[in-house]
Design a protein around this ligand. Structure first.
Ligand code: GAL
Length: 661
């Protein structure tokens, strides 16, 4: 199910009129019309106003706001405010306050101050959501439900007494017999064998390291508890308002490590993602593209919604740089290019008080005389011209393997090198593909990947037998797979696959690893191509694979660094190190081998993405860029381009494509 309204691309954001006097609402609706705002999210943090005392609900203030918005053509994404339980509730049920891994019970005064497993919180949630659903059932302004806010951020794992009780029940359901749990957790190591479920605790902070299989299960369990809290609300809302889609906003697909979004996606009617730039990071638009591609991928390739981003600066980074002129527009259109059917912000009007008073809004503190407001109004007009894109898809020939379980497992304590991190490798490969102008999907290793020409596994440390077989079948049937080091090492219990590494992939890659040789910080080795490489070297023993490139020096001098194993109708490549500069060339070799077509000769400051018969050309650089091989009519100014298209510095051109003459 997908929201039927607003038509076209949804534009707007979180709206918190309860922070303002009534007159401001009048001003806001006028401004919303000026900017073309057609959707706002309401009530996300308003539990204290909706239920001022236990069991007494007060929706009159909200009715007035919703009616006013409705009269002005603005639809409502109605929030359930469970991310902000009220003070009276927490005072009455202090046991709902979450406990950190270190054993600190957090206090009231922030948000997310209740544990998803706490029975009193679940009961109060159900009561409130039922009242909200009953009150707004049939209201013409409400087009979708927005449950909670960013599950998992900042509250991922909780270590309170309710969590431990739920954890034991979860383990019982999963393992049935305590002996099965002991086997799965390798409990004979350090003499941790359990004889009763009641002996099992959460993997609390410890003076040494805690059983990694226990921690991995706790990550699964904790994420699942939040999903249960979400599903409790969703089921009530589905019962009361069967025609309305239900969602929750992800705390940035790429940045919220604790949520397994492949699992979450099954529970949502529409995928909604938040993304904030790391303001100080150069080329932060590449992280944005990655977040959008991952959102589209967890949506199963279908359109999704950008639920939050910022019009200007955020307030929670060390140095909160304002967006430069044009940057907000590039960001917004990049999300649309990559499949979003909405451009929504946190928030409509910047707050005067509270923790986020220095966070930008669509209406900044400087008001509507500002450059930022002019950009907001212009963007609204541009999005109306892109209305026809709604519902259209983005196609990719290349996929990156992304599995949250592998992410969790890889970054537990005591691994061969602290430089082995999931995001570091994922970012490196994504960036190389982005610079090659290749649009990618993300896939779970067990998914149907037969439609991709190339699949890359940058960091698949945890890989089940079944997933490894899936990759094997893919290659045999003609797929081309590139695997990076430290993949296929352990199974779902963080137990090493039998025999030499990489146990799950030895046969497929046609090689084995005799020894890991992690490099020192800042140490590099040289490949036979002359390119430097860092982080990792290892002794590869080919058994069917051919050497494409070797190590010229370092601990594995004279041995393979890049191999290819031709298998069935496809090929399986393996890269045993982290090239410093050469990753893009090396990837290009694999893409060429697999026949992946892509634009050539374009500078890598230009983002080129296709969606629904349109080509988006986003120039992130400070010079004009000329693109060959694209033609069509510019959506924003109606100009026809038959020859090369020049995109001014910092600008975005969107062409309704026509075949190139
Ligand atoms: C998001 C959150 C919003 C707001 C925003 C500020 O993570 O969902 O409520 O706090 O950050 O950037």
């Amino acid at each position: 199910m997908y929201p039927e309204r607003p038509a076209g691309i949804a534009y707007g954001g979180d709206y918190n009129p309860e922070q303002w006097p009534r007159e401001v609402l009048e001003e806001d609706v006028v401004l919303m019309r000026e900017a073309g705002v057609n959707l706002v999210t309401l009530g996300l943090f308003s539990w204290a106003l909706m239920e001022p005392e236990e069991g007494r609900f007060a929706f009159g203030w909200l009715d007035e706001i919703i009616d006013r918005l409705h009269a002005n053509g603005v639809a409502v994404d109605l929030g359930t405010p469970t991310a902000a339980p009220p003070a009276w509730f927490v005072a009455r049920h202090p046991d709902v306050l979450p406990v950190t891994r270190e054993g600190v019970r957090i206090g009231f005064g922030g948000r997310q101050s209740a544990c998803s497993s706490a029975p009193a919180f679940r009961e109060a949630t159900a009561r409130l959501v039922r009242a909200l659903g009953e009150h707004y059932r049939g209201h013409p302004a409400v087009v979708m439900w927005h449950v909670h806010n960013e599950y998992g951020a900042p509250l991922g794992e909780c270590y309170c007494e309710h969590s431990v009780a739920a954890w034991r029940a979860w383990l019982r359901r999963k393992y049935r017999e305590i002996s099965a749990l002991n086997d799965a957790w390798g409990a004979t190591f350090w003499g941790q064998t359990y004889t009763d479920w009641a002996e099992i605790d959460a993997p609390r902070a410890n003076h040494t390291t805690v059983n990694p299989a226990q921690r991995l299960d706790y990550a699964r369990f904790s994420d699942g508890q939040h999903r249960e809290h979400y599903a409790l609300q969703r089921d009530i809302l589905r019962e009361l308002t069967p025609g309305l889609p239900v969602t929750t906003n992800f705390a940035g697909t790429v940045n919220c490590k604790s949520t397994d979004l492949w699992q979450w996606a099954r529970e949502l009617d529409v995928i909604a993602n938040d993304h904030y730039l790391q303001a100080e990071r150069p080329d932060n638009h590449i992280d944005l593209a990655m977040s959008a591609d991952l959102a589209r991928s967890v949506a199963g390739g279908r359109p999704w919604m950008l639920m939050e981003h910022s019009a200007g600066a955020v307030n929670w980074q060390p140095r909160n740089l304002a967006k430069r002129p044009g940057e907000m527009r590039r960001n917004s259109l990049a999300h649309v290019a990559r499949g979003s059917d909405s451009v929504l912000f946190f928030q409509f009007r910047a707050s005067r008080f509270g923790a986020e008073k220095f966070h930008s809004g669509m209406v900044p503190h400087a008001g509507t005389g500002s450059e930022q407001w002019r950009e907001i109004v212009r963007l609204g007009a541009d999005l109306r011209k892109l209305a026809g894109l709604r519902g259209s898809r983005v196609r990719a020939e290349v996929a990156l393997v992304w599995d949250w379980e592998s992410y969790w497992a890889l970054e537990l304590d005591w691994r061969p090198s602290v430089d082995l991190t999931f995001r570091e490798r994922m970012d490196a490969f994504y960036e190389a593909l982005w610079r090659e102008h290749v649009t990618v999907d993300f896939v779970h290793p067990s998914a149907d990947i037969s439609g991709y020409r190339v699949v890359v596994a940058p960091s698949s440390y945890l890989l089940t037998e079944a997933s490894a077989k899936n990759l094997h079948r893919y290659v045999e049937a003609g797929g081309h797979l590139l695997v990076s080091y430290f993949s296929g090492i352990v199974d779902e219990h963080d137990t090493i696959h039998p025999g030499a590494h990489p146990g799950a992939l030895r046969e497929l890659l046609g090689l084995s690893i005799e020894e890991f040789h992690p490099l020192r910080e800042h140490e590099t080795v040289t490949l036979t191509s002359g390119d430097p490489a860092r982080v990792w070297s290892e002794r590869v023993r080919p058994a069917g694979a051919v050497t494409v490139e070797g190590f010229a020096d370092g601990p594995d001098a004279g041995h393979p660094a890049l191999t290819r194993h031709d298998l069935g109708a496809g090929s399986a490549w393996y890269l045993a190190t982290a090239p410093v500069t050469g990753l893009r060339d090396l990837l290009a070799r694999v893409l060429d081998h697999a026949g992946v077509s892509r634009p050539r000769g374009l500078p890598d400051t230009l983002e080129l993405v296709r969606r629904g018969g349109h080509v988006f050309l986003i120039n992130h650089g400070d010079r004009p860029v000329t693109a060959e091989g694209v033609s069509g009519v510019s959506v924003f100014d109606g100009v026809r381009h038959d020859g090369p298209v020049t995109v001014p510095a910092g600008a975005v051109t969107v062409l309704l494509e026509t075949p190139h003459p």
